[in-house]
Design a protein around this ligand. Structure first.
Ligand code: SF4
Ligand code: SF4
Length: 146
């Protein structure tokens, strides 16, 4: 199986990738495997405490890039991906799918490489909050109004 994958990867390397053929060469239809939700920029300890609760759930991540903060729900494949990786509703696919450009997409590099910040676990976000807020450990009293 590993050899098969290596051979397939080598075959792709040998082909000149263009925007026209890229999606056909892409295995796994990576851009249809998740959704993103724009969220308000978290500023307070209360905001980050809520994100900590959310990121503790499976398949939830957060990132910040030049467009702001986003919740990323991963391993959430679209129900319209066919067995061959095509879009089963291509003619009536939603606008967000139509406007997605493959000029620079997950085929070229992982999305994380373009993020300013990225949190995929409670630990990662908690570490960030500890650096950001001196009194992070004392937040519960404050948030409880004590
Ligand atoms: S846009 Fe990129 S990630 Fe999506 S199917 Fe095409 S090549 Fe793959
Ligand atoms: S509707 Fe089609 S293009 Fe849009 S996410 Fe689903 S499979 Fe991908």
């Amino acid at each position: 199986m590993a050899n098969k994958k290596k051979k397939a990867a080598k075959a792709v390397q040998a082909i000149k990738v263009t925007p026209e053929n890229k999606c056909r060469l892409c295995t796994g239809t990576k851009c249809c495997q998740y959704i993103t939700l724009h969220i308000d920029t978290p500023r307070s300890m209360a905001d980050f405490d809520t994100l900590l609760w959310q990121v503790s759930h499976h398949n939830i991540q957060f990132y910040k890039d030049s467009d702001g903060w986003f919740m990323l729900v991963v391993e959430a494949p679209c129900e319209h991906i066919t067995e061959t990786g095509q879009c089963a509703i291509y003619e009536i696919r939603p606008m967000i799918c139509r406007s997605y450009s493959n000029d620079e997409c997950e085929f070229d590099s992982s999305a994380e490489e373009g993020f300013d910040l990225f949190f995929d676990s409670h630990q990662a976000l908690d570490d960030y909050c500890r650096k950001r807020y001196k009194k992070w450990d004392k937040r519960f009293k404050k948030l409880a109004g004590k």
